[in-house]
Design a protein around this ligand. Sequence first.
Ligand code: TXA
Ligand code: MG
Length: 335
Amino acid sequence: MTASDAEAVAEAVRVLRAGGLVAIPTETVYGLGADANNAAAVARIFRAKGRPADHPLIVHLADASEMDAWAQTISPLARELAAQLWPGPLTLVLRKQPHIDDGLTGGQPTIGLRVPAHPLALAVLRDLGGGIAAPSANRFGRVSPTSAQHVRDDLGDAVDYVLDGGACAIGLESTIVDLSRGDDDAVVLRPGGVGPETLARIAGLPIPLRESSEVRVPGQHASHYAPRARLVAIDPDELAATLAGLQGETVGSIVAGDDAGAPRWTREGRGWRVVLGPGGGELAHHLYAVLRELDARGCTVIVATIPTPTPSDADLGPAIADRLRRAATPGDRGA
Ligand code: TXA
Ligand code: MG
């Protein structure tokens, strides 16, 4: 860690101890963090985001050994997933300890826990010596931020300090696995950076995806993760026909190319064509930034071609398809 990183971490810890809100970089997306033991600070998260109070937060921890302070009756599979995949893009939903504040859990008997894989986030967590409650650092219902600038654009003065840890390595939110009813009833609530094959390998059998839940899970609202422009998600071979049907619109098209690296932007009609690297990893890494930029450049429609997953990014295929499907769902897009 450089001297300026160390100073930034120290400032983040100072602000958190004083009850402030700090944007924290993680390997998935930026989180809007508060000291999870400070109820007033946690309440400020909901106001800053415009998020309904009954939506539970994820508590971020420095190490799996801290799970027991927050959760009880932790199942063998939960321990094994934590041991193998933390730090990493996995959130475990477990039965909460009785003393845990309802403000963190939306009044539910469960709590979401995760150890993020980002050196600055881990340094802040270790120095703070406690949990950080953090949803994604965007206004409710908008695209999650994958850079410090995205956080500033979305939240402005509502966040007291932005800890800049660069662009998020993965770029999509964590996989959420609910183990609160025990190992036999494990379910995936949200696909993310840990894919179904990885989970099945550790669990010994596939963990089913539960699309809807009696529990309120904001990320499960069909219209989440939406840009302002209408989004159409298609297979690559449908691109020409889809573009031909969108005469008169300002179209941004997102397609996969062969070269890794930064997205390549070219004008196409009155709109834009963005070429990303091959496979899902490159798409996930750049997707939210590109959606924001296409909005900013005035596109009315975004056409995203769903990439063919390569073996190296098989983990991310279901998460990309999930987010594109949700972003493409019309209707109420949240505040
Ligand atoms: O990658 C991520 O998970 C990021 C980074 C910052 O860690 N966080 C994130 O938080 O995406 P958020 O709040 O935007 O989405 C977390 C999801 C929400 O849909 C929330 O309802 C769900 O996790 N969740 C949290 N606690 C839960 C619980 N006890 N039961 C069910 N769902 C829960
Ligand atoms: Mg979110």
